[in-house]
Design a protein around this ligand. Sequence first.
Ligand SMILES: Cc1cc2nc3c(=O)[nH]c(=O)nc-3n(C[C@H](O)[C@H](O)[C@H](O)COP(=O)(O)O)c2cc1C
Ligand code: SF4
Length: 434
Amino acid sequence: MATLDAPRIVSSRAEFEDSYTLARYLETGGYEGLRKTLTMFPEAVAAEVDAASLLGRGGAGFPAGRKWSMLRKSPVSYLVVNGDESEPATFKDHFLVERDPHQLVEGVIIAAYALQVAQAFIYIRGEFALGLERVQQAVNDAYAHGALGSKIFDSDFSLDIVVHPGAGAYICGEETALIEGLEGKRGFPRIKPPFFPAVTGLYGEPTVVNNVETMSNLPWIITNGGAAFAALGVGKSTGTRLFALAGRVKNPGVYEVEMVKNTFRDIIYDPRLGGGITDDRALKAFIPGGVSAPWFGPDMLDLALGQDEVGAQGSMLGSGSIVVLDETSCPVRAAWRITKFFSRESCGQCTPCREGSGWIERAMYRLEHGGGREEDLALVLDLCDNIAPGLGWPPQQTTICVLGSSIPSSVHSAIQMFRDDFIAHVELGRCPHD
Ligand SMILES: Cc1cc2nc3c(=O)[nH]c(=O)nc-3n(C[C@H](O)[C@H](O)[C@H](O)COP(=O)(O)O)c2cc1C
Ligand code: SF4
């Protein structure tokens, strides 16, 4: 059974029908963390976040406090919040922007105070129409409430926030492509170095980029203290984390659970969470951290939901999405569809990503639709090896950004774990699941 006695840090208001309104937010302790923040020195606010050991929730898991402290040595110009979240089956930030936009806005103001920036941007995926509307309303309400604008709550601190809708490209979730998009350009990732946002970010200025969930944790951390957050979880993985559970489970949805104290089995099978596999079928595999992540089989069910724990087994918690495949799911089809997504979303700057993704997608299409040959498996793996040489974990990078090196994960996992399924497609001349 899952351990569910930890406080719900970012999803505590989600059950209220009016969870997104200023009235509900104020009734449930809203903007108290900000009021406390304004009585503290900015360094002390950053120190609380450092003490919390809050790992970034956008995918890479870099500690937020460390990112800020590296930057605070030279003045930061902008804070940018990444609410792009366009990866298939990933929807935990979507949940936060729709259900608790004031919590996000308060987190942004706290971070901006710690960094002493006067301008922040919240970038939200354009397709999140309701989320965009609610975040914009929350920003407007925060101005009217005195929590934004000039001299916030009569302090000496002033901040403006611009809400920026994205234009529907997955690559704009990559922080440097997002910055290009904010500047009004096409979303092309920039080469790092020299274009680390901390050094040369938005409009060429030092910029902090953080994820929506990372920001949404800040009101609780400041109200309760970084040590209280660090007391949850184990080791490097502190606090709680939101997981978007998708695929063949009885209760797909977004769940907040304490890190490391819970396992994949808990989140997939506990009746209060995923509730088990659809129609009580057998589990075939699961993708632990979004479609960029290598897959796990049922032997990994008892692995703890922690960054290092999952990393040590050759995958990642990544974007916070867990996708479940059951005995009736076709792994060839799943890997083909994931590759098709990456191929479509490749921005085209790097040859291995642009060409390789298309070649792999076409070979996978052939295999899934019954036109494949056994030799295609070696061909596909060779193509994958050209994108991420050695096919190890973490992957080697031959491209500007890690979208490229993510392409082999699903195909390599599917061939390694389910070679027999591929052979069955070849022998039958069709998908056995059709
Ligand atoms: C292809 C690609 C897509 C990404 N999409 C997102 C996204 O939708 N949201 C996000 O927060 N981070 C995304 N990231 C990671 C960001 O580049 C960046 O690391 C993150 O926003 C930093 O925030 P954090 O430190 O709070 O996690 C993506 C990275 C890549 C390579
Ligand atoms: S790896 Fe792919 S998405 Fe990333 S910059 Fe290169 S071509 Fe664009």
